[in-house]
Design a protein around this ligand. Structure first.
Ligand code: GUN
Length: 292
């Protein structure tokens, strides 16, 4: 039987209705959630991501600021701008789109963001809180994946979860979140990476398989257990549509795997819309925390 399709775009829409209502309630208390997205340079993928974040912030009624900086901006000047947003009471969330140009240290920039405004959840203070199960801000893509699983009724407690990819943005945090004790977690988690000898050996055991590799066709049908839940985090650009838009595909051989899996997320329309929505949820939370 073909897999159930987990439609992130629909689940994201439901969450956005709640966020819009909460934003309106905060406004009645005189607080407008404020989000700044900082983009350095003109990487087309980053420009498209940031535009999506700004459009959604605007739709929800946020105070939203797009700060575009040239590729040549110095690290010192970028740090200066971040400190300025740290002090700005209208801004509750600061997002610096990654990757940054090679002359700027990502670490120095992420360390400079006020942890209370770190809606990406990338500051080491927030990474540490996540490790001990006390996160204020869950990183957006992992938080989106967890919500997709929960809202699709996928049992996580006791499940064998296999994550392929160990990035700081997706692989490490989702593994950490799902192994925590408590609701929406309590799984047995394995993380595969470029040093793993036989990735298929692990993935074939997975009740929940999370692919965050960054390569088309990295997960083929022989690597998936019958009835498994497959979450495809990949956003790979492969050519163009007839309208000239970038054509996206995930890390999973979707057409073959959906014949075998129990449930699967499509690309686009799976994890992507959830990532943006969780950024908005974190911004509303930051505004609520600031409002006291
Ligand atoms: N680049 C790719 N994904 C992300 C993300 O979630 N946040 C930021 N800031 N940059 C990214």
């Amino acid at each position: 039987m073909a897999a159930k399709i987990i439609r992130g775009s629909e689940i994201a829409q439901q969450i956005r209705v709640d966020l819009k209502r909460e934003t309106a309630l905060l406004k009645e208390r005189g607080v407008v959630p404020g989000l700044v997205t900082i983009l350095v340079g003109q990487n087309p993928a980053s420009m498209s991501y940031v535009a999506g974040k700004q459009r959604t912030a605007h739709e929800l009624g946020f105070h939203s600021v797009q700060d575009n900086q040239p590729e040549t901006i110095s690290e010192a000047l970028l740090l200066e701008r971040i400190l300025q947003y740290n002090r700005d009471p209208r801004i509750h969330g600061i997002l610096v789109q990654l990757p940054l140009p090679p002359h700027i240290s990502e670490q120095n920039i992420l360390y400079a963001i006020d942890p209370g405004k770190d809606v990406d959840g990338f500051h080491p203070f927030n990474v540490g809180k996540l490790m001990i199960g006390q996160a204020d801000f869950l990183p957006c893509t992992p938080a989106g994946i967890q919500q997709l699983l929960l809202r699709s009724g996928v049992p996580i407690d006791g499940a064998e979860v296999v994550v392929v990819g160990r990035s700081n943005i997706v692989g490490k945090p989702i593994a950490n979140m799902l192994l925590q004790k408590g609701d929406g977690a309590n799984a047995t988690v394995t993380v595969c990476h470029t040093g793993t000898r036989d990735i298929g050996f692990h993935t074939r055991r997975a009740d929940i398989l999370i692919a965050a590799v960054g390569r088309p066709m990295a997960i083929t049908v022989d690597m998936v257990k019958q009835g498994a839940v497959v979450i495809d985090v990949g956003v790979n650009r492969q050519g163009f549509t007839p309208e000239g838009k970038a054509k996206l595909c995930g890390d999973v051989d979707y057409e073959a795997v959906r014949q075998k899996a129990g449930a699967i997320t499509p690309v686009p329309g799976g994890v992507g819309p959830m990532t943006i929505t969780m950024l908005m949820a974190n911004t509303v939370k930051a505004a609520r925390m600031a409002a006291g």
